[in-house]
Design a binder for this molecule. Structure first.
Ligand code: CA
Length: 373
């Protein structure tokens, strides 16, 4: 297939040169299009995830596969796990500078450089997956995200969502907010800042380092994603208690970003394929986690004797108060940061208003019928 494309490409190019050489003949637009359509773009996609990690790491592989098939081989993307080309937390700069054309990660990893980026990953006690997708794709969120990344020469896309995560893995019980005091925990983004305000010590680690850090006692506790992904990382062999709910990550969006020069070098049809294929993996990841989390949870409980615990209500209430303070304070930056925070907050408030009488009311009603059964 590729040989045939190269042949047609060469043929179209020769024809163009021939036509241009004649001087008088106009360039045939169909021949120009044929030359354009036969060009093969070989790209590198670097990620913050361990290579082929179920869920998060598989998503960019599926993205590359979709794009290869949709483009009939014209967009040929090779995916690299964290550390294969650059370290997990170096992908933003590497794609910005053109070392690779594309990246896949989570926007809260770049909080040190761009605090407002965290709003495009997840906000403690903020929007869930369904609400984030609404804001990004029909509420002005994605346009603001593009504006935020433009100075870094990057074009971002939503490209995955885990749904509500778990609060994490602990080796001691959490019975009061005081139990978080001094706790050294791997927890990214704004959630980490909330933990710090509760007296804990947040640590930022990529997925590949979480298990060893927990097992060797470098950290006391960790969050990662949820049962399906956490089972794959064997976190249950390094901690006893598995707490819920994931107050700090209620529906995190994963991101794909493209180097702006690489993006602008693509013909419109390949750009459209990237837009559509990222939407497809954005939805697909949520579907996969939804389908697999419960069976992984059953495995964790029945085969590995994991103790699943709910965070006490008063602990969650205190964390919510601290979260509201931390988020408001963190988003008092420049004009764009304020605009992003306002857009998120206004949309969240509006969507909550309706979800109170739709999603929330239905879940309450469903729970009621379960209790009565
Ligand atoms: Ca997480």
């Amino acid at each position: 297939m590729r040989l045939r494309q190269v042949f047609y490409g060469a043929w179209a190019l020769l024809l163009m040169v021939g036509l241009l050489g004649c001087g008088t003949e106009p360039v045939n637009q169909a021949d120009l299009a044929a030359a354009n359509e036969s060009k093969v773009y070989r790209w590198k996609l670097i990620t913050t995830w361990p290579k082929n990690l179920p869920g998060l790491g598989v998503a960019p592989e599926r993205l590359a596969d979709h794009l290869r098939k949709m483009s009939n081989g014209r967009l040929d993307i090779k995916v690299y796990g964290a550390g294969e080309l650059v370290g997990a937390f170096e992908i933003f700069d590497a794609v910005s500078q053109g070392t690779a054309e594309m990246g896949h990660g989570a926007a809260y990893y770049w909080r040190g450089k761009i605090p407002a980026a965290q709003m495009f990953a997840t906000v403690p006690f903020g929007m869930n997956a369904q609400e984030m997708n609404g804001w990004l794709h029909h509420g002005g969120g994605l346009e603001l995200w593009r504006e935020l990344y433009a100075p870094f020469n990057l074009v971002p896309f939503a490209a995955g969502n885990s749904g509500v995560q778990m609060a994490g893995w602990f080796n001691k019980e959490i019975n009061s907010i005081a139990d978080l005091n001094g706790l050294k925990m791997r927890i990214p983004g704004l959630g980490g800042e909330v933990l710090a305000r509760a007296g804990g010590v947040p640590v930022s680690l990529p997925g590949s380092e979480v298990y060893t850090a927990l097992q060797t006692g470098v950290i006391d506790a960790t969050e990662w994603v949820g049962p399906y992904n956490d089972l794959a990382l064997s976190l249950h062999t390094a901690a006893q208690y598995y707490y819920y709910p994931g107050w700090h990550e209620p529906g995190p969006t994963l991101e794909a970003f493209v180097n702006k020069d690489a993006w602008e070098s693509l013909p419109a049809d390949l750009q459209e394929m990237i837009s559509v294929a990222t939407r497809a993996i954005n939805e697909d990841m949520l579907s996969e986690f939804t389908a697999r989390n419960n069976s992984a949870l059953v495995t964790l409980i029945e085969e590995h004797d994991v103790e699943v615990r709910a965070l006490p209500q008063d602990v969650l209430e205190r964390l919510k108060t601290l979260s509201d303070e931390v988020v408001a304070e963190s988003m008092q930056g420049d004009e764009l940061t304020k605009r992003i925070y306002k857009s998120y907050s206004d949309y969240f408030s509006a969507v909550k208003n309706y979800h109170d009488i739709s999603e929330q009311a239905y879940l309450n009603a469903r729970q009621g019928s379960d209790d009565g059964a």
